[in-house]
Design a protein around this ligand. Structure first.
Ligand code: SF4
Ligand code: F3S
Length: 104
């Protein structure tokens, strides 16, 4: 599966949702997640993210992000259409440890 990771938080560009063939992105207040059981591993969303926040779970230390994505995908509504990024997207892009600092 692919998952959304730290750098989406407080940016939420939403370019990713437009290309997903199975509509498996879910929207929280300041980040998106992918439902790991619905993702078909096509990989087309990965290069679409301006924040480089979408990663394959084959990369090291992805377990916590797979669990994070699964947990919130069950709780949040699906998103299939692009919206405006969050107002501080440009300033926050690339900051470290956004999960601790900004996740809400
Ligand atoms: Fe959707 Fe494909 Fe991205 Fe999975 S890898 S979230 S199926 S676009
Ligand atoms: Fe987030 Fe990147 Fe999508 S910032 S909303 S994963 S385009």
């Amino acid at each position: 599966t692919y998952v959304v990771t730290d750098n989406c938080i407080a940016c939420k560009y939403t370019d990713c949702v437009e290309v997903c063939p199975v509509d498996c992105f879910y929207e929280g207040e300041n980040t998106l997640v992918i439902h790991p059981d619905e993702c078909i591993d096509c990989g087309v969303c990965e290069p679409e993210c301006p924040a480089d926040a979408i990663r394959p779970d084959t990369e090291p230390d992805m377990d916590k992000w797979v669990e994070f994505n699964r947990k919130y995908a069950e709780l949040w509504p699906v998103i299939t259409q692009k919206r405006d990024p969050l107002p501080e997207a440009k300033e926050r892009d690339g900051e470290k440890d956004k999960l601790t600092k900004y996740f809400s």
